[in-house]
Design a protein around this ligand. Structure first.
Ligand SMILES: [Zn+2]
Length: 140
């Protein structure tokens, strides 16, 4: 995995070195936007991972992963296209895997997020009621 940071001027979109500080050499304005592109070295197509954050929420609202992934399955030589969306806003999860060789959807999953959280912990109540042998009546 190689990660690459690319930065652009916020105003004229000129590409700037990631360690660039100060005003843009092209338009002279301040402001720089950076993106970290993480891509597998062997991947011919880039995968995209995006998170939508909202103030007040500690975690992301929507996470989506989309793009080409290599497949360990020898039947899927071209790899697969994976779309995975976790939408905390709508409480939905979508997972779609497409075979790139045929364009066929080989896996499709749509489920409410609440199902995920519904993995109820089995809390065993430790009720300690050792059965004591009560005095046997009638025995001399
Ligand atoms: Zn600029």
């Amino acid at each position: 995995m190689a990660s690459e940071v690319r930065c652009w001027c916020r105003h004229c979109k000129a590409e700037l070195p990631p360690d660039h500080t100060g005003p843009c050499p092209k338009c002279g304005k301040l402001g720089k936007d950076c993106k970290v592109a993480v891509s597998a070295v062997v991947a011919p197509r880039a995968s995209l991972r995006a998170r939508k954050k909202r103030k007040g929420f500690g975690k992301f609202m929507i996470e989506s992963i989309q793009g080409w992934f290599p497949s360990g399955d020898p039947k899927l030589k071209k790899g697969v296209d994976i779309v995975r969306i976790i939408d905390r806003e709508k409480k939905e999860k979508h997972h779609i895997v497409t075979d790139l060789a045929t364009g066929e959807v080989i896996h499709e999953e749509h489920e409410p997020l609440s199902q995920h959280k519904s993995q109820v912990k089995h809390l065993r109540k430790n009720v300690k009621k050792p059965k004591q042998n009560k005095k046997q009546r009638g025995v001399k």
